[in-house]
Write a protein that binds this ligand. Structure first.
Ligand code: DQA
Length: 142
């Protein structure tokens, strides 16, 4: 089972970026955790990051065309702004799980709206790097 793990803007700075909110682990650390857990679950992880909205749209399409089993998507701030990402999620049949390190509902009001969440099968938020692992375990059950 191939799982795309797509990460949006500023997540390349994880570890250095507001560690009190997002933790000290880097995106590479999370990738290594996912690869290990994925191996145990019989899943292959294709982990990517882009600061560009359109790249995330293209990768969602690619997940469908490449026969992915599921997508984990942490769209960063595009979560709260991007109708294009919602439309891309709705344009594919592959289930998308929305992932966040922090819990946006405990933060500023502008983070309470999630366009991504409107198209997602489910959401895992608030558990730091562990959010990705919980989402992968959910995807293993589909
Ligand atoms: C985030 C939450 C978003 O509100 C924020 O813009 C991010 C990271 C998270 O993983 O907690 O960039 O998606």
């Amino acid at each position: 089972k191939l799982v795309y793990v797509l990460n949006g803007p500023n997540l390349n700075r994880l570890g250095k970026r507001e560690p009190e909110i997002y933790g000290s682990q880097t995106l590479d650390d999370i990738g290594a955790m996912l690869a290990a857990r994925g191996e145990a679950l019989g899943m292959t992880i294709d982990m990517r990051q882009s600061n560009h909205e359109g790249a995330l749209v293209d990768w969602l399409h690619e997940a469908q065309d490449g026969g992915a089993h599921a997508v984990l998507l942490n769209a960063g701030a595009y979560t709260h702004t991007s109708i294009a990402l919602l439309d891309a999620i709705r344009s594919i049949k592959v289930p998308v799980i929305e992932v966040h390190l922090s819990n946006p509902h405990t933060r500023e009001e502008f983070r309470h709206k999630s366009w991504v969440g409107m198209g997602a099968k489910g959401t895992v938020a608030g558990f730091g790097a562990q959010s990705y692992i919980v989402a992968l375990e959910a995807a293993a059950g589909f």
